[in-house]
Design a protein around this ligand. Structure first.
Ligand code: GDP
Length: 216
């Protein structure tokens, strides 16, 4: 792994780890020929792009059996997508909206939709309908309708996962250091921010708050 990191120094360790798992598979013996005997890394011309180099390793499912770990040395091309976000009433009331928006821009998102809105309890319930049978549903809808919030549509490559990562875990108390919920949330209920968790929920949530003409 250390050799690969120096070979493709533009990658972060996290990117390499993710990619290594995703591209881990066995290959036929005939392409296990290093083109550079001085290093365990080899450029492969006979495997489909974008797999460009590989390193010998033990197979995870067959200990002791040798295989190859494949890596893509190109930067990952993630699809540009849209996600839905809310600066929730607690964060808005505390005056954190400006700092949160700065973080959003600094993280590389394009804000394609933004509006300040004060939800009714019924509207909040419609938005969070998937949680209607959960014990915290009444608290959640009361909180979400307790004051104005800012609804946002954010666009970026891999926007859904990227925004979830930037927000952090649902409970600010367990959210990782440096995440926005850790910084601005105060409890699992009052956790400052919302972010869609999948493409289908993003589509529903964007449509719940914005018409197509409002997304610029
Ligand atoms: P999220 O996707 O991280 O926002 O988390 P969920 O979809 O599981 O929950 C939606 C929202 O419900 C959370 O962001 C919290 O505001 C709220 N919530 C979740 N669990 C609890 C809880 O145990 N108590 C309370 N009061 N609110 C909760």
């Amino acid at each position: 792994m250390a050799g690969f990191l120096s070979f493709a120094s533009e990658f972060s360790a996290a990117t390499v780890d993710t990619r290594a798992r995703a591209l881990y598979y066995r290959v036929p013996h005939e392409i296990r020929q290093p083109v550079c005997a001085a290093a365990p890394w080899m450029i492969l011309s006979n495997v489909p792009a974008p797999v460009l180099c590989a390193a010998p390793c033990d197979l995870a499912d067959q200990p002791g059996v040798k295989g190859f770990m494949f890596f893509n040395t190109l930067k990952e091309e993630k699809t540009v997508e849209r996600t839905f976000a809310i600066i929730k009433p607690d964060a808005f009331a505390a005056g954190h909206a400006g700092r949160i928006l700065t973080c959003i821009y600094e993280a590389g998102f394009t804000v394609v939709g933004m509006k300040k809105i004060w939800l009714s309890e019924v509207q909040a319930g419609g938005f969070y309908h998937v949680h209607r049978d959960r014990p915290f549903f009444a608290d959640l809808t009361a909180f979400m309708s307790s004051g104005p919030c800012v609804a946002l549509v954010l666009e970026a490559p891999g926007a859904i996962a990227r925004w979830r990562e930037r927000m952090g875990a649902t409970d600010p108390g367990t959210a990782a250091a440096g995440t926005l919920r850790r910084e601005f949330g105060t409890s699992i209920g009052c956790n400052a921010l919302h972010g869609s968790d999948a493409p289908d929920t993003a589509a529903f949530e964007i449509g719940y708050f914005f018409s197509g003409m409002e997304l610029l």
